[in-house]
Design a protein around this ligand. Structure first.
Ligand SMILES: Cc1ncc(COP(=O)(O)O)c(C=O)c1O
Length: 392
């Protein structure tokens, strides 16, 4: 008699993603300049740390409201109104955990085993892994790369064609990781029309929304969706306020899902670390100046990287319009993981291999991703070392 395996098959298939495969070779080595993860080298600003410390000292060590402390949810309403011009109703604003848990929560509401989620790629690998963890299958639509125009672009027909009977959601990251592509208002409106007509949800990952180089913030699905549309807008404290280790993000969810959001917040985590939530309140209330400084620091990093790419005959890119990554094409490169491992060993510069973002497409083997939200002097050192390695 064969014994049934109670473990889901996809749980036995998980492997470390390609970023982890490279980075684990160097983690903990202080000599490495790490450009492989999506984070700045800045410590969270003192006014945010102090607010969390104060909450801790005031005794905020107990269970809290699972869907987010009321102070934080109200502060999120205020911040959204200030940045987006419209105040979301309280029953749409949730703090189930970091953006990663917001993504998983959104997936839990619509994906059953065997369902498909369309992912607009190239895409950060953790998203596909989350879809698989939720029992779904990612199906990829790739942004077009128009070398002549120097832009990534979205072909709406490809999205429409990829929607099948099992498709439950479209996952869109804008500004995108790794490309820095940013959706337009017209494209948001068109996608909403497709989603309504074809009966699919939209999960809009907007964690880089305010790290945008052309205006105060990027176009958002929040600008266009009705409160009862099946649209989830994910955001995070991680990137804009240098809080990656705090693990807090938020979700603006369809109004009719308020009871589900409350329940999933209980089931998944029963609340985010409460004193950390007071740090998040301070970020929202006093952090606009920090965001402005962060954008300027990233703009400097983007310029340094752009100058470096222009000086190298094997490198090219589409200058990112948002987020803080360079997705760099390396002429003649066919093994991005091997290249990244070798670069680490010979120069102590850590980059993410394009293979990680591939979305079933081997073109990404000729790409590397670098996070340029770094101290300019250290970034310059890293680029100098990379230049030498590319010449060898
Ligand atoms: C597109 C995207 N979504 C979500 C996240 C995760 O954010 P958080 O740290 O809040 O989980 C990242 C982090 O790199 C990201 O790039």
């Amino acid at each position: 008699m064969t014994v049934r395996d109670p473990i889901r098959a996809e749980m036995l298939r998980f492997r470390p993603n390609a970023i982890a495969e490279v980075s684990r070779l160097g983690l903990g080595d202080p000599g490495i300049i790490p450009l492989w993860f999506g984070e700045t080298d800045l410590v969270t600003p003192a006014f945010i740390r102090d607010a969390a410390k104060q909450a801790l000292d005031e005794g905020y060590t107990f269970y809290t409201s699972a869907g987010g402390h009321p102070r934080l949810r109200a502060a999120l309403q205020d911040w959204t109104e200030r940045w987006y011009g419209v105040r979301p109703e309280l029953e749409r604003v949730w703090v189930p955990g970091a953006a990663m848990l917001c993504v998983l929560t959104a997936l839990q509401t619509c994906v059953r085993t065997g369902d498909e989620v369309i992912v607009l790629g190239p895409m950060w690998p953790n998203i596909s892994q989350a879809i698989e963890a939720a029992g779904g299958t990612p199906r990829y639509v790739r942004l077009d790369h128009d070398g002549a125009k120097g832009a990534w672009s979205l072909d709406l027909n490809k999205i429409e064609a990829a929607i099948g009977p099992q498709t439950k959601a479209l996952f869109i990251g804008t500004p995108g990781n790794p490309t820095g592509w940013v959706i337009s208002d017209a494209e948001i409106a068109a996608l909403l029309e497709i989603a309504r007509r074809r009966g699919v949800a939209i999960i809009a990952d907007e964690v880089y929304s305010v790290l945008f180089y052309e205006a105060k913030r990027a176009p958002s699905f929040f600008d266009h969706a009705d409160p009862d549309d099946n649209v989830f807008v994910v955001n995070s404290f991680s990137k804009s306020w240098a809080m990656t280790g705090w693990r807090i993000g938020w979700l603006i969810a369809p109004r009719r899902l308020a009871p589900a959001m409350a329940q999933l917040s209980v089931s998944n985590n029963t609340g985010v670390t409460v004193f950390a939530q007071f740090g998040a309140v301070a970020a929202l209330e006093k952090g606009d100046q920090f965001i402005a400084e962060m954008v300027e620091r990233c703009r400097t990093g983007r310029r340094l990287l752009g100058e470096f790419i222009a000086s190298q005959n094997r490198l090219s890119w589409v200058e990112p319009r948002g987020a803080f990554y360079g997705y760099i094409h390396v002429d003649g490169l066919t093994d991005s993981i091997g290249f990244a491992k070798n670069l680490l060993a010979t120069t102590k510069v850590g980059v993410a291999p394009g293979a990680a973002f591939a979305c079933g497409d081997d073109r990404d083997e000729s790409y590397l991703r670098l996070c340029f939200a770094q101290d300019p002097a250290r970034l310059a050192t890293a680029l100098e070392r990379m230049g030498a390695a590319l010449r060898d």
